[in-house]
Design a protein around this ligand. Structure first.
Ligand SMILES: [Zn+2]
Length: 215
């Protein structure tokens, strides 16, 4: 079952309603050494918050079928793209829903920017737009690719900090670094709610509590 390695192009064609899941095809898959520490000692670092009336199965990657719409997974994150870290955050035009890089656009103090496509000033919605490469256990060779794009509020809280311009703010950039290290630490794991889209695309949805500490 290799459907999750679908190419970026196909993803975008299938998901026209989802503004640009991140995905620089030039980024290569991480080749990090397998970690042989004991999975049972791993620490939960981020967890989906469910309402009392919500109940989902926890799925192993191998057990996911095309019928599964929403389910839980426990995963070790090994990489988060795109790099550098400030590129985790994009700006979405609330008019035409175009997505812009944080490096290209500065919001004015009232949160407006000039959208090239709309040819006018529009509200810019800062949101996380990332690709996460994960394993189910530290010893697994299977890479699970998940997308987190919070433009519509799904995945809120996952990073433990709001989406901000860390390209122009070094304090925020440092915080992102702490978040990245915490999430990708092989001693930590995350509990996520996953929604499966057409073509086997897996997206992180729901609201999250993140336990990473900033001191
Ligand atoms: Zn626009």
């Amino acid at each position: 079952m290799n459907k999750l390695t679908t190419k970026l192009k196909e993803i975008q064609n299938l998901q026209d309603d989802i503004p640009m899941f991140v995905t620089n095809s030039k980024e290569k898959s991480p080749i990090s050494p397998l970690m042989y520490n004991n999975d049972s000692n791993k620490k939960l670092i981020c967890k989906v918050l469910l309402n009392d009336n919500e109940n989902y199965d926890t799925k192993k990657f191998e057990a996911i079928t095309s019928q599964d719409k929403r389910f839980l997974m426990n995963l070790n994150i090994i990489e988060i793209y795109p790099k550098p870290l400030y590129n985790f955050v994009n700006i979405l035009c609330d008019g035409c829903k175009s997505s812009y890089s944080i490096t290209d656009i500065t919001l004015n103090p009232s949160g407006l920017f000039r959208c090239e496509k709309c040819k006018s000033f529009k509200n810019g919605i800062l949101h996380f737009n990332t690709t996460l490469q994960c394993r189910e256990t530290n010893m697994s060779n299977q890479i699970v690719t998940l997308y987190l794009s919070s433009f519509d509020g799904e995945g809120n809280g996952f990073f433990g900090i709001p989406p901000v311009d860390a390209y122009r703010n070094s304090n925020e950039f440092q915080k992102l670094g702490i978040v990245f290290k915490g999430l990708c630490d092989p001693g930590n794991y995350v509990n996520v709610l996953v929604e499966q889209y057409k073509g086997g695309i897996l997206r992180i949805v729901g609201n999250y509590e993140n336990y990473i500490k900033f001191n």
